[in-house]
Design a protein. Structure first.
Length: 77
């Protein structure tokens, strides 16, 4: 029973990626992404010496950046 619960939790827990894997998704160098994470500009968690990102959260953040840029340029609908 306890093993089944653990298996279900593992399936539900979204894996994370490091900055080298996440950076191409938003089109920046991994060092730039790490600097942005350090400054709190992008959602991330520092575990040990590496920055970790959830792709779904990074995608939502990126979408928000796009919407914000469209609004500031007057191109939003």
């Amino acid at each position: 029973m306890q093993e089944e619960i653990l298996d279900e939790l593992i399936v539900q827990f979204e894996k994370t990626v490091n900055s080298r894997a996440a950076a191409p998704l938003v089109g920046v160098h991994y060092k730039t992404l790490e600097e942005m994470a350090r400054a709190g500009e992008v959602p991330a968690a520092k575990i040990g010496k590496q920055w970790l990102f959830r792709i779904s959260i990074l995608s939502n953040w990126f979408d928000e950046q796009l919407r914000s840029n469209l609004k500031s340029t007057g191109l939003s609908r």
